[in-house]
Design a protein around this ligand. Structure first.
Ligand code: PMV
Length: 353
């Protein structure tokens, strides 16, 4: 080919190439594509309660949790050019309203990052009962972040996935990494993410969840976070968080159960003190909840390694060691007011299936 020809033809060829590339890009962006991901819920040992930025879900304090093995949400996201709007189906039921809005919010973030415009069908299933005292939103938004970003052709790092999941539900940031997990509050949007502090097989801890009530909670955590600052106790709780985080991290790394039980109960009681003194007040405990606290402390004093923690509901998470899990489950089932007991060990990271 003569060089002079090339020079003359360049603008035309370039224009053709540009048009072709744009055409192919549009083609790719319009192709249906789907992915399925699975994530465990988690139980917080040092709680997240209150945001310094509610819209971005930037927390007032860092938190520590463990993933709950055997319990999971599995979510398939498929972007389809023919869909006029996003669709959400949970356990076979179509969801509209606020639930769909929260999912579309995450899909919008993904669409923006990937440069695509297609709507998506989101099909999600939990293998644990709703209202079981296990925050389904953590597993749900972790699975959604992974499935939707993958379906959109993005390859996000664990850190980026944790940030994306956080935008849907703060605690979901902790369901992305494996095992024992810490969510650092961070300075800004990009560095408020969770990471693993120990793998799932580091310590054989078991969560026995005593179900006191399975009715839906009246005030969800999103509304709860928004009023945390109305309690005069929140400032003190937040100021003391670094001490509790250090104590809990240390206890986990050293597998010191006594220290672990003391700090998780202390932290849970502090969060509920804030809840009860918010305006309006939030009282999640029932009489059976308090009865279980007394029992757990008595059992511990009697030599059984157990400790409790409670999320935004009345059900009590009783942490113990694998070797005594059967005994703890049996004792909990014998208590009046306990309807059921779910048992979960330490779970792994969110994964594609
Ligand atoms: O992630 P959210 O908005 O559902 O808030 C979770 C709040 C608690 O479960 C009470 C504490 C926690 O750290 O998981």
């Amino acid at each position: 080919m003569k060089p002079v020809m090339l020079v003359q033809a360049t603008p035309v060829i370039l224009r053709k190439i540009t048009l072709k590339t744009a055409y192919f890009q549009r083609e790719i962006a319009m192709k249906p594509s789907s992915a399925t991901a699975q994530a465990n819920p988690n139980i917080a040992f040092i709680k997240y309660w209150g945001n310094r930025n509610n819209a971005l879900r930037l927390p007032d304090n860092g938190s520590i949790s463990m993933n709950l093995d055997g319990l999971f949400t599995r979510t398939t996201v498929s972007f389809q050019p023919s869909l006029p709007f996003d669709e959400l189906i949970i356990n076979g039921r179509e969801i509209v309203g606020r639930g769909l809005e929260r999912v579309s919010y995450i899909l919008d973030l993904v669409r923006e990052k990937a440069g695509i415009k297609m709507n998506a069908e989101v099909m999600s299933e939990n293998n644990f009962p709703a209202g079981a005292g296990i925050a389904s939103s953590a597993a749900a938004f972790a699975a959604l972040a992974l499935a939707s970003s993958k379906a959109a052709g993005l390859e996000l790092s664990e850190q980026e996935l944790s940030v994306l999941a956080r935008r849907g539900s703060g605690s979901a940031s902790r369901s992305i990494p494996a095992g024992f997990v810490e969510w650092q509050m961070g300075q800004n949007e990009a560095d408020s993410y969770a990471f693993s502090i120990a793998p799932a097989d580091h310590w054989d801890l078991v969560d026995c969840v005593a179900i006191v009530s399975s009715s839906h909670k009246k005030t969800g955590s999103t509304e709860g976070h928004a009023i945390a600052g109305t309690s005069p106790l929140q400032k003190a709780r937040v100021a003391d968080a670094p001490r509790r985080l250090d104590a809990c991290r240390d206890a986990i790394l050293k597998k010191d159960f006594e220290a672990f039980a003391n700090i998780i109960e202390h932290d849970s009681d502090m969060m509920h003190s804030v809840m009860m003194t918010s305006i309006p007040p939030l009282m999640y405990w029932q009489s059976t909840t308090v009865e279980i606290f007394h029992q757990v402390r008595q059992w511990r004093a009697g030599g059984l390694p157990v400790g409790y923690t409670v999320d935004a509901g009345p059900n009590v998470h009783v942490l113990c060691l694998g070797e005594t899990a059967k005994e703890v489950e049996k004792r909990l089932r014998e208590l009046p007011g306990v309807g059921n007991v779910l048992v979960a060990g330490v779970g792994g990271e969110a994964k594609l299936v």
